[in-house]
Design a protein around this ligand. Structure first.
Ligand code: PLP
Length: 421
C-alpha cells in the first residue's frame, strides 16, 4: 500500500484528454514569462498537499467541533493553518476555510451587513482606480446587495488622498471602510484609515489579497494591527494554494466563523487547508523573506527600466510587487500591448489607469507584477532585460523580426530560470 496515492500515470490512463491539458499547462508555464501580478508558482510541497486524500473528507464545522466523525487528521492540519496564520500575522483569530477571495469577502458582508439596506454603506475605492470586482461592482453580489460609496486616487499624484477619504467618511458615515486593492502599487497608510474609521465609528476592513505575502515577508506594512478584519487570498504573493483566509479581532471571531460556515459555505476544502498550512510554514522561512524582498526590488527595477523605455509609470513607481504602466506614449493601448507581448511569450494584463480616458476594453495601461519572476530567482539585471524586451516589442508591434528576437530572448531567460526544474 502506498503512503501517498495521487498518481500521474493513472490520470494519463484514465483520462488522457485531461492529462494532456494539464501537461500542456505545465509546459506553458515553463515557456511563458509570468508577469501577471496575481499569479505565482505554488511549491511542489503545496501541490502535494492539494493532491492528497484529504479531498475525500467532510468536516463541516471547525477543529474540535465538527458535524462529522473521523476528523482527527484534518483537525491537525486545519489547526496548524490557524495557529500559523495567527502567529505569522499577529492576529487574534483566523478562519482558513474560505474557498477563494471572493468568498472571504462575502463572509465579511454576511458578518457585518444586512443586504439591500442603504443605511449601511461601505466606503471603498472605485473599481476604475484599483478596487476589486467584490468591492461593489454592479455585476457582483457586493454591488447588487450592498451599498458602496467610492473614493478615488488623487489626479496629480495618482496616490490615495486621505483627506478625500476622510471627507467622504464624514459625509456618508459608512458602516465599513475598505482598504486594499488589485491594482494600487503604493503603500497604504493603515493607521490613517484606522483613525478615519474611529472618527466615524466604522469598522476597518482590509482586503490584503494582493500583498499579504509581502506582509509575511516583512516588506510591506501590516494591516493587522489596525484593521477589524483582514481578508486575503493565499495564491497571490503568499504563493500557496488557490484559496483565502480571514483574520480578525477576537470580538468579531464568532461573527466571522458563522458567516463562513454555515452562512456561506458547507464542507471546507481540507486538502486546500492542508496546503494553506504548508504555504504558511514556507512563508515563515528566511527564504521567503528573501523572495519578498526580491519581489519588491524587482518591481522597482522593472518600473525604472520601463520608464527608460518610454512608458509612463503610474504614480511614478511602486512600493510593492506590482506597477501600472501607461503605454500611450508608445502609441498603443493596453489591449494591443497585452496581445503583442503574449505573442513573444510574456504574460501580463491590460489595465485601466486612474482617470483613464479609454474604456475598460481598450484601457491605457498594463499591469505588471513580479511575484512569479521573484519566485524563479530573477533579480534586477533580469528585470532590466525584460523591460528592454517589452520596450522593443511595444515600439515595433508589427515587426516580425523584432518579435522573433524578443521570443528568443524570453526563451533564453526562461532557460536560465527554469519553472519547476
Ligand atoms: C484577487 C482578489 C480577490 C478575489 O480573489 P479570488 O480568489 O479570485 O476570488 C479579492 N480581492 C482582491 C483585492 C483581490 O486582488
Amino acid at each position: 500500500m502506498k503512503g501517498y496515492v495521487a498518481d500521474w500515470e493513472a490520470l494519463q490512463r484514465t483520462d488522457p484528454e485531461v492529462a494532456e491539458a494539464i501537461a500542456g499547462e505545465l509546459e506553458r508555464e515553463r515557456t511563458t514569462l509570468r508577469l501577471i501580478a496575481s499569479e505565482n508558482y505554488a511549491s511542489p510541497a503545496v501541490l502535494a498537499a492539494l493532491g492528497s486524500t484529504m479531498t475525500n473528507k467532510y468536516a463541516e464545522g471547525y477543529p474540535g467541533r465538527r458535524y462529522y466523525g473521523g476528523c482527527g487528521f484534518v483537525d491537525v492540519t486545519e489547526q496548524l493553518a490557524i495557529d500559523r496564520a495567527k502567529q505569522l500575522f499577529g492576529a487574534d483569530h483566523a478562519n482558513v476555510q474560505p474557498h477563494a477571495g471572493a468568498q472571504a469577502n462575502l463572509a465579511v458582508f454576511g458578518a457585518f451587513l444586512q443586504p439591500r439596506d442603504p443605511s449601511e454603506k461601505v466606503l471603498g475605492m472605485v473599481l476604475a482606480h484599483g478596487g476589486h470586482l467584490t468591492h461593489g461592482s454592479p455585476v457582483n453580489v457586493s454591488g447588487m446587495w450592498f451599498h458602496f460609496v467610492g473614493y478615488e486616487v488623487d489626479r496629480e499624484t495618482e496616490r490615495l488622498d486621505m483627506d478625500r477619504v476622510r471627507d467622504l467618511a464624514h459625509e456618508h458615515r459608512p458602516k465599513i471602510i475598505l482598504a486594499g486593492y488589485t491594482a494600487y502599487p503604493r503603500e497604504i497608510d493603515f493607521g490613517a484609515f484606522r483613525q478615519i474609521a474611529d472618527e466615524v465609528g466604522a469598522l476597518l476592513w482590509v482586503d490584503a489579497s494582493h500583498f499579504m505575502g509581502l506582509v509575511a515577508g516583512g516588506v510591506y506594512p501590516s494591516p493587522v494591527p489596525y484593521a477589524d478584519v483582514v481578508t486575503f487570498t493565499t495564491h497571490k504573493t503568499l504563493r500557496g494554494p488557490r484559496g483565502a483566509m480571514i483574520l480578525c479581532r477576537e470580538e468579531h471571531a464568532q461573527a466571522i466563523d458563522k458567516a463562513v460556515f454555515p452562512m456561506m459555505q458547507g464542507g471546507p476544502l481540507e486538502h486546500c487547508i492542508a496546503a494553506k498550512a504548508v504555504c504558511l510554514k514556507e512563508a515563515m522561512s528566511e527564504g521567503f523573506r528573501a523572495y519578498a524582498e526580491r519581489t519588491v526590488r524587482d518591481a522597482r527595477a522593472i518600473a525604472a527600466a520601463l520608464a527608460d523605455e518610454g512608458l509612463r509609470i503610474v504614480s511614478g513607481g511602486t512600493d510593492s510587487h506590482l506597477l501600472l504602466a501607461d503605454v500611450r506614449p508608445l502609441g498603443l493601448d493596453g489591449k494591443r500591448s497585452e496581445a503583442v507581448l503574449d505573442e513573444v511569450g510574456i504574460a501580463l494584463n491590460k489595465n485601466q489607469i486612474p482617470y483613464d480616458p479609454n474604456p475598460p476594453s481598450t484601457p491605457s495601461g498594463i499591469r505588471i507584477g513580479t511575484p512569479a519572476v521573484a519566485t524563479l530567482g530573477m533579480d534586477e539585471p533580469e528585470m532590466r532585460e525584460v523591460a528592454s524586451i517589452v520596450g522593443e516589442v511595444l515600439r515595433s508591434p508589427d515587426d516580425a523580426g523584432v518579435k522573433d528576437k524578443a521570443r528568443a530572448r524570453v526563451r533564453d531567460l526562461m532557460q536560465r530560470y527554469p519553472v519547476y526544474p
